[in-house]
Ligand binder design. Sequence first.
Ligand SMILES: Cc1cc2nc3c(=O)[nH]c(=O)nc-3n(C[C@H](O)[C@H](O)[C@H](O)COP(=O)(O)OP(=O)(O)OC[C@H]3O[C@@H](n4cnc5c(N)ncnc54)[C@H](O)[C@@H]3O)c2cc1C
Length: 372
Amino acid sequence: MRVLIVGGGIVGLSTAWALVRAGHEPLLLEQGPLPHEGAASYDQHRLIRLPYAEELGYCAMVVDALKAWERLWDDLGETHYAEVGSLALSTAENDWADRSRLTLDRLGLDYQTLDAKDLEARCPFLQLPPGAWGLFNETGGLLFAARIVEALVRYLRHRGVTLREDCRVVSVDPAAGSLALEDGGRESAEAIIVTAGAWTAKLFPELARRAVPHRQVLAYMEAPEAHAEAWAAAPALVDLASDLGLYAAPPVGGTELKFAAEAHRRPGDPDKLDPLSDSEAVELAARFRPLLRDFDDYKVLRGQVCPYALAPDNRFVTERNGNVTVIGGCSGHMFKFGALLGEGLAMTATGERSYEDFRLWAEGRRESLPET
Ligand SMILES: Cc1cc2nc3c(=O)[nH]c(=O)nc-3n(C[C@H](O)[C@H](O)[C@H](O)COP(=O)(O)OP(=O)(O)OC[C@H]3O[C@@H](n4cnc5c(N)ncnc54)[C@H](O)[C@@H]3O)c2cc1C
């Protein structure tokens, strides 16, 4: 079956992978180059973690997502994942880490709770808030995002899949099952899948309130010599008991230490994102001051601006109209599900899975562990 895919980020590329391995004929259209460094999927790392606060559905989906990545590594013949585990800090009953713990309990998933002494042993660079305990999961860690995207592009080309670069889709016509290109061309197919990330609402203005494009800032850092070894052995820090949504990726597998804060984002047109100001990365890094020993010895290497589309309820936004399936929305946490969503989208577009089932699952509403 011939299937058109709009957008070559992790979700579009993974969908092409899933389609081609199932014997279908995907054609991927990307407005930029491939890989597209201006897309949300292109960065050194993205975190994959089991703790998901009260979101039982997404927590369960992570178990499946890890298996989907394994299937991708098998096909690529290379692994782009470091299972360093994840750590969240809790300082109050019912905070993010505490709610995550309850969800892990409900699903029967393993974790360890770390007291101050355990935390000191595992992350000696942390300066703990009073009363803090840690929620540690051995499963989870870092996906090397840019390497995955690059490997997928190579794999798909090798498999003979057409990946058309600099090819902007300007409209999609579900009634006709076709789409129009900026260069005046048209394409049609039995199914169309739109994975346009932060650009989704440009093609579907009716989704503008459900998939709001944002500008997110992050900072690449150098740890002081005294803490470098500990950081290199650290888990992914997924929540640091802060209402700023602080998280950090340790420098493993040839990558750099990265700090991010959910608070450092604002709405923005993905085609016209304000460039990084001189102070932004420094201000973001400073959010970590209360949590890190010797903070003044950390060096900000550089900041980075990335686009993504946020949904008000943090759930993925899906739409189906005729033979067109769209996924976008809460792209603040979609990378970890890339391979899994690709498989789900491929099956939905080709009729092997009902759209309604896909929608509920992608919205994180299936609240049980996948069958093994
Ligand atoms: C700073 C930051 C940190 C993050 N951390 C995590 C994390 O730790 N864990 C996690 O799971 N997720 C994380 N995410 C989210 C994750 O990166 C995104 O959800 C994911 O990469 C989205 O993938 P995508 O394929 O939907 O979109 P994108 O990667 O943005 O790809 C969309 C592609 O579609 C193309 N396109 C758009 N419109 C058109 C058109 N009209 N015609 C042709 N092509 C088009 C674009 O050019 C782009 O290449 C983070 C995101 C950011 C920005």
